[in-house]
Ligand binder design. Structure first.
Ligand SMILES: [Zn+2]
Length: 703
């Protein structure tokens, strides 16, 4: 009820603040009995206004009601309670009440100076006027239609209330009241008092509309302030309802295993979606109004807003963190913080992305300090390589891959193992923006997401300078994104520190190229002591073991035949390449029929164990421990030879991401279709042709 009042009030105060909710929990609102809801209005999210007969404004009837009986005779009884349901019924002269609630934009627009908002014919209150002994007479003087004189509609924000946008002395508050609708109530005996005229002048200067004065008794003015007080306190209850809704939504997202909550309030409705295992899931639909209340309330409960203005209607980033005051949102167990990003949409709607930051125990399980990367889906050889890389004393381990592909999780597991293995005797600093923590014994140096860009740039420079003086053993830098950060990590590596960082680049072999691209010198980039580990990873959705479909079942289906041919060819070439009898043998001369018996496809209908046939996520990766020969090829730009050397059993015996994906297809852990989407085709056209030439075309291989 009356939800827009606080909202607009707060909007005037600078745009922050919770909006109350109609989402839920209004049934127990004690104010409901005082202010019964008009379903036609509130259910549609429209404004609720309180119509108050002057004769009901507390106490005995006033003169106006005597001179002009209220329409329909309603509310004429002296001493009737001031807020009766019938006062909400449409009455003539109260036509604004059925108008839809102005949108937040509309309210904002009203703040723009609006000379024209003053009704034509309005008299300057500073002008001379006869003493107003009778309200009726005054109303006629003011040009207000007579039929409106018997009632005053209180609606919207009381701008002159305590804490309101127009600061006025308490003495003025006894004599006048200005609503954002322009309703301007003035004590009839003080219409020319400076305490009154100065308020009108201030309001006009601030751009608020000021309608012709309604001359009233001080009782009416008092009742206006009382009315607004009641609205505010009832809204505090509603505010709690929205808070509960925020807590409920976050908990539902955590229970669903979501990483993100997406809320889009536009086009009259609000779509609530969770991103689980990288896939968006429709969760609930609310009205647009409910969504806007939610977005606004999240904003008012978050901290460290970074936008140019303190207003959730503008692009903003902020964090929800627990326990920083009585007014914070209680986050579910396992969630450290929620990173929020608000974006305005072109159609006037709003968008909010909330990213849940889980603590390490939640991500890796309770024994996360003992967990190793094989839990994440690296294969045995890759896990061994990563263990080796942990032991190399200095140098950089660079994690490549697109955003949101679990790079920092791998990095944390690796660092945690390192810290555990070295008995916490090494000094580790983590520099992240924003800080996410999760490594035992590490010192977290946060470059907050909340400060402005220039400031952040400066503080980052300062932090890097400071780290060099702190004499660390290990430094984790969240992201190497420019020449400045690249120089910083090379400096650390040159001075013998272990460096862990991430880089936005598509593959492990492309890491040196990307570093060159940032401006790093070749003598640094191609030194395998400095760049000692190159890792790239992506996440694939896991196949549900309960409902997956064996490839044999769909082998005859023309929709599946081409991909099964590619899986066969890819597996045959991979096995041949990895088991060459001696150096220089062509893999195509070493082909054997692969076993496709455990290849499975997704059952898109899913089952009770999964979502659309998928369960969890697993890594596909490339892990390279560099050596001088590999770096020499790369320095000469001989990428093909470098790759051959990397993959050869007589070279580094590595595996590509596509091969890692093929292993997981072979073992029935991922669907070939999902794998091709993320890691590329299982086999080239040439591979398929060569394999079918040597091993024969088999259309029923798995039977
Ligand atoms: Zn299933």
């Amino acid at each position: 009820m009356a939800e827009s009042i606080l909202a607009r009030f707060i909007d005037h105060l600078g745009g922050q603040g919770p909006e109350p909710s109609e989402l839920s929990a209004l049934e127990d609102d004690p104010f409901e009995t005082l202010f019964p809801r008009d379903n036609g209005e509130t259910a549609a999210g429209k404004d609720v206004k309180d119509v108050l007969h002057m004769s009901q404004a507390g106490g005995p009837p006033k003169q106006p009601s005597m001179s002009t009986p209220p329409p329909g005779g309603q509310g004429a009884a002296p001493g009737a309670p001031p807020q009766k349901p019938m006062s909400r019924q449409p009455q003539h002269g109260g036509e604004h009440r059925s108008a839809p609630m102005p949108s937040a934009e509309a309210v904002r627009r009203r703040r723009v100076p609006l000379a024209s908002a003053v009704a034509p014919g309005a008299k300057d209150k500073n002008g001379a006027g006869q003493p107003a002994l009778r309200t009726q007479a005054t109303v006629e003087e003011s040009g207000i239609p007579e039929d409106d004189s018997s009632q005053i509609v209180f609606e919207g924000n009381l701008l002159t209330a305590i804490g309101g946008p127009i600061k006025i002395p308490q003495e003025s508050r006894n004599l006048c009241a200005l609503f954002d609708s322009g309703l301007w109530l003035v004590s009839s005996s003080h219409r020319n008092s400076p305490l009154v005229t100065s308020v009108a002048a201030t309001a006009r200067r601030m751009g608020f509309p000021v309608s012709p004065a309604r001359l009233v008794t001080p009782d009416v003015i008092r009742s206006a302030y009382n009315y607004f007080e009641r609205q505010i306190s009832s809204l505090r209850l509603d505010e709690n309802a929205v808070r509960r809704q925020i807590v409920r939504t976050i908990r539902a997202a955590v229970d669903a295993g979501a990483n993100d909550i997406h809320i889009e309030a536009s086009g009259g409705r609000t779509r609530l979606e969770f991103r689980v295992d990288g896939i968006m899931r429709q969760w609930e639909t609310w009205t647009q109004k409910e969504g806007e209340q939610f977005l606004s309330a999240v904003y008012s409960h978050s901290s460290g807003q970074s936008g140019a203005t303190a207003n959730w209607l503008e692009p903003q980033a902020a964090m929800l963190t627990p326990g920083s005051g009585p007014d914070t949102i209680a986050l579910p167990e396992g969630v450290i913080a929620v990173r929020c990003q608000w974006v305005p949409l072109t159609d006037g709607g709003r968008y909010l992305n909330m990213r849940l930051q889980y603590d390490s125990a939640r991500i890796f399980g309770e024994s996360f300090a003992q967990a190793d990367v094989d839990h994440l889906g690296f294969n045995q050889e890759q896990t061994e390589l990563i263990r080796f890389l942990r032991r190399v004393p200095g140098g950089m381990r660079i994690f490549a891959g697109p955003v949101n592909q679990g790079k920092t999780t791998t990095l944390r597991v690796m660092l945690n193992r390192h810290m555990a293995e070295t008995g916490m005797e090494q000094k580790c600093y983590m520099i992240e923006d924003p800080p996410e923590g999760g490594v035992l014994g590490a010192s977290q140096i946060g470059v907050s997401a909340t400060v402005k860009d220039e400031q952040r740039e400066r503080s980052f420079t300062e932090i890097m300078r400071c780290i060099l003086r702190l004499d660390p053993n290990i430094v984790m830098l969240g992201e190497t994104r420019d020449l400045q950060t690249a120089r910083f990590i090379f400096r650390l590596a040159l001075t013998g520190r272990q460096v862990y960082t991430t880089l936005h680049v598509y593959s492990a072999m492309a890491i040196p190229q990307r570093l060159r691209d940032l401006g790093a010198e070749p003598y640094l980039v191609y030194d395998h002591h400095l760049v000692c580990g190159m890792i790239c990873q992506r996440l694939l959705r896991g196949l549900c073991p309960y409902c997956r479909i064996p490839a044999a079942k769909v082998a005859d289906d023309p929709a599946y035949a081409p991909i099964i041919r590619r899986v066969r060819a890819g597996l045959a070439v991979m096995q041949a390449s990895r088991s060459l009898p001696r150096e220089g043998v062509d893999p195509y001369d070493n082909l054997h029929e692969p076993d496709l018996g455990n290849v499975h496809f997704v059952n898109a209908e899913g089952c009770r164990h999964c979502y659309k046939g998928r369960l969890g996520r697993t890594i596909v990766a490339e892990v390279i421990a560099t050596d001088a020969k590999l770096m020499a090829y790369l320095a000469d730009n001989r990428l093909e030879e470098a790759t051959r050397y990397w993959l050869s059993p007589f070279g580094l015996n590595g595996i590509t991401m596509a091969w890692h994906a093929l292993e997981k297809i072979r073992d029935g852990n991922v669907s070939p279709i999902d794998a091709e989407t993320e890691a590329g085709p299982c086999a080239t056209v040439k591979d398929v042709r060569m394999v079918e030439e040597r091993l024969g075309r088999r259309d029923k291989w798995v039977l």
